[in-house]
Ligand binder design. Sequence first.
Ligand SMILES: [Zn+2]
Ligand SMILES: [Zn+2]
Length: 451
Amino acid sequence: MESYLFTTVLPFIEKHHVCNSCLGRQFGNLLTGLSNAERGSALKIFLAMEWEISHRQAKTDRETISSLMSKDFLVGEQSVRRYFPEAEANSLPCTICQDFLSIPFLEILAREACDLVSEYEFSTFLVGSQFPPNVIDSEDIIRSTFNLEYGESIKSDFNRELGKILSILIPEATVDFKAPDIVFTFDLIHNEIDIKSNPLFILGRYKKLERGIPQSKWFCRKCRGVGCNHCNFTGKMYQESVEEYTTTPFFEAAKGISSKFHGSGREDIDARMLGTGRPFVIEISEPKIRNLDFSTITKQIAENSKGKVEVTIEGLTTRTKVREIKTRSSRNAKAYRAVVSLEKSLPDDHSLLERVSEEFTNSLIQQRTPIRVAHRRADKIRTRKVSSFTIENVAKDELTVYLVCEGGLYVKELISGDQGRTQPNFSEKLGVPAVVKELDVIEVFKSTDPI
Ligand SMILES: [Zn+2]
Ligand SMILES: [Zn+2]
């Protein structure tokens, strides 16, 4: 049987001076549990033995073996010297990798990378690289010339070997392909190492215990954040927001470069958010610290906001959760308490409130985009379910309504009717124009069904 390895490898290494890694990598898809340097070294040992047998039988010349006398193959060098004491090892860089894959070079890179991340706290990482195109091209050409069909790419070889050295230098961190805390990119074209700290996502729920606070920071409409007379040179429409109260302590503790607040829907500025609170995710970009003391931060938020905003933290999460809370779970059921003012006293009809409650319970409401948000939302009709609706008679011209509905229902418009844009609506059913005076979200449920 003609040996595939023998007939492919011999012509290849006679022609090209390659390091153990670059030789072994051409067979990287064969066998597991070996490094490419081990594969390459094994092949060189095999060829060196073949050479020695031939040499003893006086069948071969010295040329063949000189290609085995590489810097990283001492066995070859020593063996050849038995027969040719004056022979010298080849000191040229590897034809393919230009010695980018030599252990001493990888170690230098790994040490530099460690210095760059010394201020970062992380437990997982991933290595990436950019290779000069001529290195990639020359390997491609060699593969097609010598019919080498079991190879892996030089980049994955480099990334893995560097990852192994980094794992030794940073024993508390491991390689993670899916969601690494830190990504190292070794740019071998410009000789640079780039460090990227992936964002930190914190999942929690907030309560807003006072009215008049927007969920997100609002830049001044006139100056767009620069500062002007209109905004008293603060650049903001409102001096405080749930976003600022909640993100700032996290941002400072994590030592990030920026932060984002993702809420699962939002309540009106003048509505409180009570009960167990509304889910949110805080995203911190380029964090240096990942082990955050949630209980201290929770206290800070309550203190900084003077008790207006309180949070409970569920823990760290992923970007997937951001998408989930912003889309799917914003339709989750909500319970509201609305204090409703009536334009005039109720008609003298004892069963009226009971009838209206029943009509709204388990009803579908059609709402055309309310006038008050029409300037920023598309004009369309949305349908939302109301699953329960109870009314308490507080005074002649005031009622308290408790309702549970699908997320996204405009409660103020359900009560007022919004000039007929919401159907059915409370004012029409009652026969008395009514408006919401105070609104509280008293629960945000975990699904679209209020359970
Ligand atoms: Zn090489
Ligand atoms: Zn302004």
